[in-house]
Design a protein around this ligand. Structure first.
Ligand SMILES: C[S@@+](CC[C@H](N)C(=O)[O-])C[C@H]1O[C@@H](n2cnc3c(N)ncnc32)[C@H](O)[C@@H]1O
Length: 213
């Protein structure tokens, strides 16, 4: 690897034949020690940790979308959520299982754009951090709809993403989310609860009413 990790990841994405194949290539290279995964920071995302505080997830089911190397899923498990976490990259999932051999998290290989049917309305907490923005803009609408569909009645969706203004599409990845895109997570019965933006990032919470009429 001759570039910095972000530049290297972008080069892999540019050369990839599909919007997601390059993740597997990157995780493979990282497993061999030939690349660094730019988002592998070893600690939960700070916006997740500040949101979660001292919540106790005992008795609640959580789903982590595009879990990468497990930083957020392990954190939710430490808060006692019964946690399922998935990634499209088999090597990411295998590397994460190796990294946390005694994990309580149920790691799965799955595609957000074609998820298991039994995840529909199945999770009390869904965490989507940096995955939709890792997909090209034309895939965002479908990805957002799938993320929202995982939330159970009475459940919560937390979205963490980079922010962008206007409709000009950046040379991704990533392809940060506009306000319109963030607000569009309120779909399929979800309602916005708290949408916060700083200079560069969104942290947005949505909820599904406990009873649907
Ligand atoms: C930018 S990384 C963020 C990883 C993790 N959420 C984190 O914050 O450390 C995006 C992750 O989403 C995964 N991913 C991309 N497209 C996906 C899809 N269609 N289904 C499931 N996972 C996907 C990638 O393999 C990668 O691990």
């Amino acid at each position: 690897m001759t570039n910095d990790p972000d530049t290297h990841a972008r080069a892999l994405a540019a050369a990839s034949e599909s919007p997601t194949d390059w993740f597997e290539e990157l995780y493979n290279q990282a497993q061999r020690g030939d690349a660094i995964v730019p988002w592998d920071r070893g600690t939960p995302h700070d916006l997740l940790a500040s949101w979660a505080g001292d919540r106790d997830g005992a008795g609640l089911h959580a789903l982590v979308v595009g879990c990468g190397l497990g930083r957020d899923s392990e954190y939710l498990a430490s808060l006692h959520y019964e946690t399922v976490a998935f990634d499209v990259s088999p090597t990411a999932v295998a590397s994460t299982r190796d990294r946390f051999p005694g994990t309580a998290v149920d790691y799965r290989v799955a595609d957000l754009l074609d998820p298991p049917a039994d995840w529909h309305h199945a999770f009390d907490l869904v965490v989507e951090s940096l995955t939709v923005q890792a997909l090209p803009v034309p895939l965002h609408e479908a990805a957002i709809e799938r993320v929202a569909s995982f939330v159970a009645p009475g459940g919560t969706l937390l979205v963490i993403a980079a922010a962008r203004d206007g409709e000009a599409r950046p040379e991704g990845p990533p392809w940060p989310l506009t306000r319109t895109e963030i607000e569009s997570f309120a779909t399929g019965g979800l309602t916005p609860h708290d949408i916060v933006r700083d200079e560069i990032r969104w942290r947005a919470e949505f909820r599904r009413p406990a009873t649907t009429s």
